[in-house]
Structures are given as C-alpha cells and as structure tokens.
Design a protein around this ligand. Sequence first.
Ligand SMILES: [Zn+2]
Length: 89
Amino acid sequence: MGKSNKTCPLCGRIMKCQFNGLQHCKCGISWIRDEGFFERTPDMIFCLKRVKKGKGPHTKQVPEIRYRSRELSAESSPEKKHKKSTETE
Ligand SMILES: [Zn+2]
C-alpha cells in the first residue's frame, strides 16, 4: 500500500485504495484503472477478477465492477461452476 493515490476530482480529497487499480472517495466518486473516474451507485459491487498475464502460469488480479441487479441474471452462467484449480503463487 501507500502507492500513488488519486485525488478526487470532485472534492479534492485523497482517494482510498481498495484494490490495486481501484480507489474510492468518501463523496461517492471512484476511480478504476483503464476507465477513470465514475460515480458509485448503490448496486455496484467491487471484486477482483483473475486474468492471465501473458503466457505461463502468472495471473494478475484486476478490479471488476459488478451490478447487483445484473448479477442475478448472470448466475446461470456455466462458468461459475468451475472449481478452483490448484494455483501456485
Ligand atoms: Zn470526493
């Protein structure tokens, strides 16, 4: 931690880092890498998603925004059934 935290464009406070690449401000503004600043809504859920990084066994975690209402309909996705494969870190 203690990385370069963003400054909120709305109120000027230092934003709090939740995950690498995801920061929040108390006033309701958040920042996500690659997309920039956005306003949080109550149905947003923030989680980490593992993505493969290049070739080889390395994965990195990237923040992902999910929405409660949409999450329900995505529940039937067969991908969710995947068991966690053995991961070495
Ligand atoms: Zn703010």
